[in-house]
Design a protein around this ligand. Structure first.
Ligand code: ADP
Ligand code: ZN
Ligand code: ZN
Length: 835
């Protein structure tokens, strides 16, 4: 905005802004003349939208073209002096919204931490850490002070109430300033908003040398304790240097061993002052810097290969068996990026995996390592964000995070690592944007001119296909670090054992024998069963009726500990029926088994063993997940039973036996990805066996010992699995040969759904061609939370997928929505590249 500065004219500027709402378009607002010099893309502003509602919005673009169809309203206020989202990020947002067919507002809501978003509905509260009497008089402006008083009075206020209290229209800048100063915070329904952490510090008031001497003489006679505190302060602050260091009030109290009232007395006498100050939550870690391991020759060779590929490719797939030393290789690449002053993003599929890795990285790079994920409190996330926006000397060089870390304001990203790249958790399910973090990372890296390493022991078919076809470089590590052997894998034919009546409850004698041996040698065991709860369902032995959810089209899972039947889709629960609700027979039987039952049965067979369970139910409480892992690491637990949570990249060094209790459920799931997923799951869980100094053993219980996937797992034959599956995908035109878009229509009224769903299929066929549209069809689970669902699948050849898809899709939807009331009422969910 410098044109008018030169000509002296007052140009009329407009800003296209992203609203935090699911509206399809950007909205255009007028920039008041006096702010012409101040506005920049990437700043947050306050705008009015809809009926008198005020919203925080983000400037996407500035231009001089008034909107054609409406009179632009004025921007009400500017919230940021400098952009908090940079141009590259904004382009990344555009790409996400275009590729994943969602609104710019959806992207904004996913990208910005909650503490940086607020709207009319936002409620403001005073920060509990705030103490009015510790604040210097000129700390607040007049308006801020007025709001503080009102907040103190009312405890919590909406923005509208603040408008009334302050008698001015736009209160957001004042609130923003209170937020920044740490005296107010946003009350979020789910999470807490940003609140800088403030702490109380003490110092000696502005006294002259003689005044101070006089005061000390007085204290010596009348108030010895106070003198002690004063002396303690002088000691802690290195007073004699003439440049006293800052001293926390808490530290002073601890050091001098007096109560807070003694300090209060000194403050009253005007000898000392208490002041509060923001402290960062982030930079508290130890600075211990550990030297890098010397790389083994094969690791150095892998790094050389990676560099070679990077000469003409942006991404490399590092396919290395579990424990082959991939992480060490990443660390070497990170070192190189850091030495070039570039930033590194290290993505992991799950929060659970971050702790172990962050420890490992912090030992090497200390405070240069930042963490960012959704379980991190919002305050901490805002601090990471702000730290990256304002580059300082001690900035983060490495960010470890889950998928949302893609949206951080990087300035010079040089390397992105996507570890466990095959993991389905990289895909966001709900709400939109339903983006895939691995695929998005490739695009993000491209924009920053950065390189990507995708790593996995069991790569996704998509990535391996890209590597085979030379789109990515391929580097393979076939052996474990330190010459450790891959585990021995034995298959146990459960059908056969059952016929011979040898099964002991859910365990084969072979598995029991091996577990017993391991326990006697003080080795640990992991047992994997991919169902939580006690039993997947209960069934009437007379009429075969299975109790199912009242809201969903699924059977209820029996949870013995809670003594309830529970729906895993909507959370509905009910007591166990005494008699069959259909025929009245009391003869109800538990069928199948989940982790809870495995745990209980283990206690019968191994009463001495310490057993822990890791699944969604046992890890709901904060920290419970890492507690279980720590206990297992510290060998306070002998047998760990769990769902797929136990399969993911964790390092344990004393596990000699891994058991897969029922390999069959995944094999027969009606989804084109399920063979691939089953292979990955079993190969990953096998990888937990025998990591340090002994070969481990894996025992797979199955009714289908000859199933190709089982055989490929046994032979550790990734290539065999890949070739067979890629052939299937090709034959039936599935990814990676096509792109899929899954459209789910849902309605409370099933008849209405039946009527409207085909209309969308027709509109899509008109635009994309008959042959590319499948459905509408009921999915396997056709009703969830009282909504009936039908799915339409759009298959587009890979080379035909273009930026036109979004426009065509929007056209079809608009056509559909305007057909009737029933059409308009239909909920539609679009999922690009469903997993
Ligand atoms: P992956 O990421 O492939 O599972 P890791 O990088 O975690 O493998 O390595 C497996 C184990 O081998 C770890 O305990 C790691 O510390 C050790 N290791 C790997 N490379 C080296 C090395 N160059 N020097 C010493 N130890 C190494
Ligand atoms: Zn019955
Ligand atoms: Zn339900």
């Amino acid at each position: 905005m410098n044109a008018e500065a030169k000509t002296g004219e007052r140009a009329t500027w407009f800003a296209d802004v992203v609203l935090p709402l699911a509206v399809p378009n950007l909205y255009t607002y007028r920039v008041p003349f006096e702010w012409n010099e101040l506005v920049k893309p990437g700043q947050r502003v306050v705008v009015q939208f809809g009926k008198n509602k005020l919203y925080m919005a983000l400037i996407r673009k500035l231009h001089q073209n008034p909107p054609k169809d409406y009179q632009a309203k004025y921007i009400q206020d500017i919230l940021d002096a400098k952009p908090i989202v940079n141009e590259t990020q904004l382009k990344f947002w555009d790409w996400i919204s275009a590729y994943y067919l969602c609104t710019p507002g959806d992207v904004l809501n996913a990208a910005l931490p909650a503490g940086l978003r607020f709207s009319s509905e936002t409620r403001i509260i005073l920060n509990e850490e705030f103490a009015l009497d510790e604040v210097a008089e000129d700390f607040f402006t007049e308006k801020e002070w007025k709001l503080v008083i009102a907040l103190n009075d009312k405890k919590e206020m909406s923005l509208d109430e603040a408008v009334v209290a302050l008698e001015i229209k736009s209160v957001q800048p004042i609130i923003q300033s209170l937020l920044t100063k740490g005296f107010a915070r946003v009350k979020e329904e789910i999470r807490d908003g940003y609140k800088p952490r403030t702490e109380s510090f003490v110092r000696i008031a502005a006294l002259s040398e003689t005044e101070l001497q006089k005061a000390m003489t007085e204290l010596e006679k009348k108030a010895f304790k106070q003198l002690q505190v004063l002396m303690a302060y002088m000691q802690l602050s290195d007073w004699h240097t003439g440049k006293p260091k800052e001293v926390k009030k808490s530290r002073l109290l601890a050091h001098s061993g007096v109560s807070a009232s003694v300090v209060d007395q000194l403050v009253k006498k005007g000898i000392m002052e208490v002041y509060s100050q923001e402290v960062s939550r982030l930079l508290l870690s130890d600075k211990a810097i550990e030297k890098a391991n010397d790389l083994a020759d094969f690791q150095q060779a892998a790094i050389d290969e990676i560099h070679e590929h990077f000469k003409d490719k942006d991404a490399v797939l590092l396919h290395g068996v579990t424990s082959s030393g991939k992480t060490e290789i990443y660390m070497q690449l990170i070192e190189e990026a850091i030495s070039q002053n570039r930033q590194v993003l290290y993505l992991l599929p799950e929060i659970a995996l971050t702790a172990q890795l962050v420890q490992r990285l912090k030992k090497r790079w200390g405070n240069k390592v930042g963490v960012y994920h959704s379980k991190y409190s919002d305050n901490e996330r805002v601090e990471v964000w702000n730290t990256l926006v304002t580059p300082k000397e001690n900035n983060f060089s490495v960010i470890v995070g889950t998928r949302s870390a893609l949206f951080l304001p990087f300035s010079d990203l040089g390397l992105v690592i996507v570890d466990e790249e095959h993991d389905g958790s990289y895909k966001q399910q709900d709400p939109a944007p339903r983006y895939h973090a691995r695929d998005s990372a490739i695009y993000l890296a491209h924009m920053y001119n950065a390189k990507v390493v995708l790593g996995s022991a069991t790569p996704s078919l998509e990535s391996y296909y890209n590597a085979i076809n030379k789109k990515y470089g391929l580097v393979e590590l076939k052996t474990r670090f330190g010459g450790m052997e891959m585990p021995e894998i034995d298959v146990c034919d459960v059908g056969e054992e059952k016929r011979k009546k040898l099964m002991k409850s859910i365990f084969s004698p072979f598995l029991l024998k091996n577990v017993e041996e391991a326990l006697s040698k003080k080795e640990q065991v992991i047992l994997f069963q991919n169902r939580r709860g006690f039993a997947p369902f209960i069934e009437c032995n007379v009429c075969a009726n299975v109790p199912s959810c009242i809201n969903c089209d699924v059977s209820l899972t029996y949870h013995k500990q809670a003594d309830l039947l529970r729906c895993h889709y909507c959370g509905y629960s009910t007591g166990l029926p005494k008699v069959c609700t259909a025929c009245g027979s009391p003869n109800m039987q538990i069928k199948g088994f989940g982790t809870e039952k495995v745990e209980e049965e283990l206690m019968i067979f191994f009463p001495q063993a310490r057993v822990a369970r890791m699944d969604l139910d046992s890890t709901r409480a904060k920290h419970s997940h890492s507690k279980i892992i720590n206990q297992f690491e510290d060998r306070e637990v002998d047998i760990l039973v769990g769902t797929q949570m136990v399969t993911k990249g964790l390092d344990f060094d004393n596990v000699s036996i891994v058991g897969v209790l029922n390999a069959d459920s995944g094999l027969h799931f009606p989804d084109f990805r399920s063979p691939e997923k089953s292979f990955q799951l079993m190969a990953q869980v096998s990888g937990r066996a025998g990591r340090k100094n002994k070969r481990g053993k894996v025992i797979i219980q199955t009714n289908n010992p000859d199933h190709p996937i089982i055989q490929q797992v046994v032979k550790n034959d990734y290539m065999g699995m890949y070739l067979e599956q890629i052939e299937e995908r090709n034959k039936f035109s599935y990814p990676p040969f096509t792109r899929l878009i899954e459209i789910t229509l849902s309605q409370k009224n099933q008849d209405d759904l039946e009527v409207v769903a085909p209309d969308l299929a027709i509109e899509l066929k008109k635009r994309f061609g008959e042959e590319r549209i499948l459905g509408p069809e009921y999915p396997v689970i056709s009703r969830v939370q009282n909504y009936y669902m039908k799915k339409i699948l759009l298959k587009i050849e890979r080379d035909k997928y273009s930026s036109k898809v979004k426009g065509m899709m929007m056209e079809a939807l608009n056509e559909f929505y305007t057909m009737s009331k029933e059409h308009a009422r239909t909920r539609i969910k679009i999922d690009v590249d469903p997993q």
